[in-house]
Structures are given as C-alpha cells and as structure tokens.
Design a binder for this molecule. Structure first.
Ligand SMILES: [Zn+2]
Length: 137
C-alpha cells in the first residue's frame, strides 16, 4: 500500500469523527442503535432500521468473511499506477454488517467468496488510518 499522501483524505463530520478517531488508535468501532441494537455503517445521525437518533460506539469483531470484491486494473490516479491490480473488498463482519476496504496480501486469482479475512489498520498519513483487510491465517 502506498505511503504517499492520501489522494482524497476523509473529511470527518459530527457523525463520522469517532469512527476515524477509533481507527487512528487501531480500533474498529461502529454505531449501535440504542433502541433496536443494530449496528450501522457508514456512520449516520440516525438508525436506518428504526429511525432512532444517536447511539453508542461499540467495538466490532475483526474477523469477517469476503462478501464481494472488484479488482482495480486501471489506476484512477497516476500515484496508484504501481499498485494495480489491487482489490477493493466488501466484507461481512461477524455481526452481519458489511464494510468496505482494500484486501491486501492475496492475489486476485486466489479470491473465494466467504473466505475468512481479518481487519488490518493502515496509517495513511499523520492524521488518518484506513480499515483494510487481509486473509485470516
Ligand atoms: Zn434502530
């Protein structure tokens, strides 16, 4: 993964700032509805299932499975040219929530649906950490 300055850095807002703050500490947390108890991603001001505002940030499992993916063959930015092909994965957490990130440490032709993957934290600059994935041992 590139160590160059991130191309389009995230812009945390009131809803997503805790998400980024936890990632910076290499911890994965998602919002949990205080009424129905469901987790949600990406961060929203209210629960998409019951409409309740707010909720608590709760730690999530770092064990997940590969739900779907795409292999990026053409770099959208010249700084990514050395990294293609790379994999963008949609993974399913043990809690049932789907989150997206890059899948590293495996060649695209080795991918299989439902394969176990785990979270990894990639510091992209002095302020931001991304959640990505790698095959589980
Ligand atoms: Zn809810």
């Amino acid at each position: 993964m590139t160590t160059e300055k991130f191309i389009l850095p995230p812009k945390p807002d009131g809803d997503s700032a805790p998400y980024w703050e936890y990632l910076r500490k290499h911890q994965a947390h998602l919002q949990k509805c205080s009424k129905c108890g469901r987790l949600r991603f990406p961060p929203y001001p209210s629960c998409p299932y019951c409409g309740t505002f707010g909720g608590e940030w709760t730690p999530i499992s770092t064990r997940c499975k590969l739900y779907s993916w795409t292999v990026i063959q053409h770099p959208v930015d010249p700084r990514l040219a050395a990294e293609v092909p790379f994999i963008v994965a949609l993974v399913e957490l043990e809690e049932g929530v789907h989150i997206i990130g890059r899948l590293l440490g495996i060649e695209p032709d080795k991918l299989k649906g439902d394969m176990p993957v785990k979270v990894r934290y990639d510091d992209i600059d002095d302020a931001f950490t991304l959640i990505n994935f790698e095959p589980a041992a």
